[in-house]
Design a protein around this ligand. Structure first.
Ligand SMILES: Nc1nc2c(ncn2[C@@H]2O[C@H](COP(=O)(O)OP(=O)(O)OP(=O)(O)O)[C@@H](O)[C@H]2O)c(=O)[nH]1
Ligand SMILES: [Mg+2]
Ligand SMILES: [Zn+2]
Length: 273
């Protein structure tokens, strides 16, 4: 049967007790959801099912680029085994970008992340982003005010999403988007605009396993003297610490690692107190 493209407001059969999320695949008959089909995954924040990739959107300015927050988003994706793609918007606002930030951003490319510097305002590098939307479900995630909705308005002619100013006083967005909205993009792709957020929980793994979620450590860990257990903090003969000295591992990424490690360690101690 050919798939018809239309929006249908449906009711859900009472026997379907689990919640249905944006991105879920369902069987519908007579405007009734009869069956919820198995999910590939369920992203926990924002809650979207069957996600192919998360575009982590940040701005160089307004709001200020926060690398720890970026690392937190990346780690959250890694923990859920969903590919994150880094999108840095508003490059028009920082004529002096490259610079220190550019050096930091290079670390992500070296670690194997896809990274795009764009400007919705000037149109810089937007076609690169459109490519991602052609297949599967892409989710835009990031703080308020970075231009997630503006990006979709620019790339998808029928998006017509509300966008909001960034508060000059607070330097933050004003939470314009209030709910997840799934939009059609091309023949086989969907993209979800989502409300901006900055609070993310890093939880659910042992501190010793955190090292597996920083891809730039992958090639180095086997070279550590105590590679089986080395968490790259105090151990002698640690290849990661050595790479830090030669700048092969970026200092700010390592600091983020330590930050998350401490959080997980605390959680672990509280659990077994
Ligand atoms: N200078 C500049 N401003 C931009 C750019 N992209 C978006 N903006 C502006 O940034 C502001 C916030 O954009 P939104 O699209 O509402 O941001 P959002 O990420 O959807 O924010 P929430 O919905 O609150 O999560 C708007 O005033 C946009 O016009 C850009 O590339 N350059
Ligand atoms: Mg928005
Ligand atoms: Zn080590």
């Amino acid at each position: 049967m050919a798939l018809e493209e239309k929006n249908l407001r449906c009711q859900v059969r009472g026997r379907i007790t689990s919640k249905i999320y944006p991105g879920d695949r369902v069987k519908v008959a007579d405007r009734m959801v009869e069956k919820l089909l198995p999910r590939d995954n369920l992203l926990s924040r924002p809650q979207v099912a069957n996600v192919s990739r998360v575009l982590v959107v940040m701005a160089v300015k307004e709001p200020e680029l926060d690398f720890l927050l970026l690392d937190k988003f990346l780690l959250a994706c890694e923990l859920e085994e969903i590919e994150p793609i880094i999108i840095i918007n508003k490059v028009d606002l920082a004529p002096d970008f490259p610079g220190e930030n550019q050096r930091k951003l290079e670390a992500y490319r070296r670690a194997g992340y896809k990274l795009h510097l764009i400007s919705v305002k000037t149109g810089d590098n937007l076609p690169e982003v459109l490519e991602y939307f052609q297949e599967g479900i892409s989710v835009l995630a990031g703080p308020s005010g970075v231009g997630k909705s503006a990006l979709l308005n620019e790339l998808l002619t029928e998006a017509e999403l509300h966008t909001g100013e960034v508060s000059k006083k607070l330097g933050r967005g004003i939470h314009t988007t209030r709910r997840v909205k799934l939009l059609k993009a091309g023949d086989r792709g969907w993209v979800a605009d989502t409300p901006g957020f900055t609070s993310l929980e890093i939880t659910g793994i042992e501190p010793v396993d955190l090292r597996f979620y920083f891809p730039e450590f992958d090639d180095l860990t086997p070279l550590c003297k105590f590679s089986a257990n080395c968490v790259h903090i105090h151990e002698p003969g640690c290849a990661v610490k050595k790479a830090l000295e030669s700048d092969k591992i970026a200092e700010h990424r390592y600091q983020s690692y330590l930050h998350f490690y401490k959080i997980l360690e605390q959680e672990w101690e509280n659990k077994y107190d």
